[in-house]
Design a protein around this ligand. Sequence first.
Ligand SMILES: Nc1ncnc2c1ncn2[C@@H]1O[C@H](COP(=O)(O)OP(=O)(O)OP(=O)(O)O)[C@@H](O)[C@H]1O
Length: 306
Amino acid sequence: MTTNVTEAAISWRGVKLRNEQFTLGPLDIEIPRGMVTAIVGPNGSGKSTLFRSLLGLEPIREGEATALGVRLNGCEDESYKREVGFLPENPYGHENSLTADEKAKFASGLYPNWDWEKYRKLLRHFDVDGSVKLSKMSKGMRRKAELSIAMSHDPELLLLDEPSSGLDPFAWKTMLEELQRYMEPGDRTLVLATHILEEIRRLADYILFLYRGKVLGLYEKDRLLDDWRTLVVQLSASGPGIEKLDATPGLQGLTEAGPGLYRLEVDSPEQGEQYCRACGFQVLGIQRMELEDILSCLIRKEEARR
Ligand SMILES: Nc1ncnc2c1ncn2[C@@H]1O[C@H](COP(=O)(O)OP(=O)(O)OP(=O)(O)O)[C@@H](O)[C@H]1O
């Protein structure tokens, strides 16, 4: 799968990761550079596994994977990791006894671009006291501290696994502001896994849908929300039958909503509507689709294929 963006920050070709219970892939994806990509998918679809593979924590044994131009299979190139910031889904237990400042001190030794001023500014903006032990912080406070640390070397690639988990609405707003500021120079790439639709609406340029370890699609968010519509169509007893509906241009999903009444999910609504009218069907309504409905439709399609 390719986007229309020529340069990719992350590129997978036939990548497969496997353990006893789970297979992720094969993945063929290009995540565009300089953009925000949200990875969206139900629990257990492989979002965190995918992040771990980018950090070398899950070995890639099949396929070709590159990130920031570096080949990741068997990668010993630590310089790549200096350009990456990572916020894991769950905090690391072995860091519990550290204060945020102590963890930051450790990180400052790993990242040549570490910026103490940036770190302090982020802590101030998030209202976190860096002298408190991570284990003594509330869940949200720790999240904010760890996010500040992940961003303080101004990484070229920022990977955030459910960053807003535990954040209150004010902290969430601060996080959005900081992430938007991070993207401002134009050459940074942010990839985040999230279940928060509002976060996707506000931040994402692209959406990568994952389901049961498979990619259902990589879409430009604005196009996706513009293009996908629900058409409600009434068939008449004397007119053409349901088999005609199956040929609707851009048809993604079709459900019966009542006697002779059908709900069509389409990704080319104008052609779909024209076609339905030309067939003599009555188009009773056209509605934009929400992200969750688009994801449900893609999942139903994938389930039908399995
Ligand atoms: N139906 C299931 N029941 C139990 N475990 C599952 C199921 N489906 C997948 N898993 C497990 O989920 C793991 C993949 O999870 P991963 O953390 O990468 O997903 P995720 O998309 O980040 O999920 P979450 O949204 O819950 O954080 C696999 O190791 C697999 O064993």
